[in-house]
Design a protein around this ligand. Structure first.
Ligand code: AMP
Length: 281
């Protein structure tokens, strides 16, 4: 695997790949890689000749009181996992390479829909940071396709919308949620969960599934289902951020006759904020 820390170095290597007519697949990450990330690499390998992974803990998408400082940075272990998976190129820039003019004066990409609800409501500015860094990474790598996990459902929806609105010539491919055996969605932030909390940390998944089952069995009082799910989460000792039954495409609160519904949720453990979702069609 070739490792690049500069935009220039990566671009030179990619020009050669492009000249050979190779299809380039891209998997952006923040590192601390786990099996779900590796599944994205494998998905990229199915339809691309050259797979590029990026590792960059993007300060622009973290709030001031969030975990940018303590976000786990495990570069050597990440490289070993990517090599094992047969990843071709890794882009690992530092902050200065990505934001040479500083964060405050960085030109931003703003998606004006779907970004101030759900995770956007509790993380103001988060999606602006995501769309800005993803646009920069897209311009640096210029891939044919980019793979994103459905686990970050709202992020995927926002990126799809941005790509559509800005005519970005990149296929956006979604990969299913990869879970631990007890249903907990894999996440780099799962490392923050204490041993005491861990046995119950799949409660978010269980409550979202419970809502999905209720809807499948004909229940349509979404607010009542959300309220009950919140009670389940509190009873397990966690704090709910939000549980919302949404229209899968618009991420607005679902209407009773919506055919495509996604139930999204976020909850706080003592020191982690976990997200998850389940879709029904
Ligand atoms: P992150 O490193 O957390 O920013 O995630 C990088 C990519 O991996 C994003 O597209 C995420 O949606 C995806 N991802 C992270 N965890 C999972 C998971 N458990 N299942 C599927 N995709 C995931």
């Amino acid at each position: 695997m070739q490792i690049f820390h500069t935009i220039k170095g990566l671009r030179e290597a990619l020009i050669q790949a492009r000249q050979k007519g190779l299809r380039i697949g891209f998997v952006p990450t923040m590192g601390n890689l786990h099996q779900a990330h590796i599944e994205l690499i494998k998905r990229a390998q199915q339809t691309s000749d050259v797979v590029v992974c990026s590792i960059f803990v993007n300060g622009l998408q973290f709030g001031l009181n969030e975990d940018w400082d303590k976000y786990p940075r495990t570069f050597d272990a990440d490289c070993a996992k990517l090599r094992d998976a047969g990843c071709d190129m890794l882009f690992h820039p530092d902050d200065n390479e990505m934001y040479p003019n500083g964060l405050d004066s960085q030109t931003r990409v703003i998606c004006s829909t779907m970004t101030d609800v759900l995770c956007g409501a509790s993380r103001p500015g988060h999606f602006e940071g995501v769309t800005t860094v993803v646009t920069k990474l897209f311009n640096i790598v210029q891939p044919d396709e980019a793979i994103f996990g459905i686990k970050d459902y709202q992020q995927l929806a926002v990126i799809r919308r941005m790509v559509e609105d800005l005519c970005v010539p990149i296929d956006i491919i979604e990969a299913p949620i990869h879970r631990e055996p007890d249903g907990l969605a894999m996440s780099s932030r799962n490392g923050y969960i204490t041993a005491e909390e861990r046995p119950k940390a799949n409660q978010l998944h269980q409550s979202l599934n419970w809502i999905a089952e209720q809807i499948k069995s004909g229940k349509r009082d979404f607010l009542a289902l959300e309220a009950k799910a919140k009670q389940q989460i509190e009873a397990a000792g966690f704090k709910t951020d939000y549980i919302t039954v949404c229209n899968s495409k618009t991420l607005e609160m679902a209407a009773v006759d919506d055919k495509h519904i996604t139930v999204l949720g976020a909850m706080y453990t003592e020191s982690a904020r976990l997200i998850d979702n389940v879709s029904l069609s």
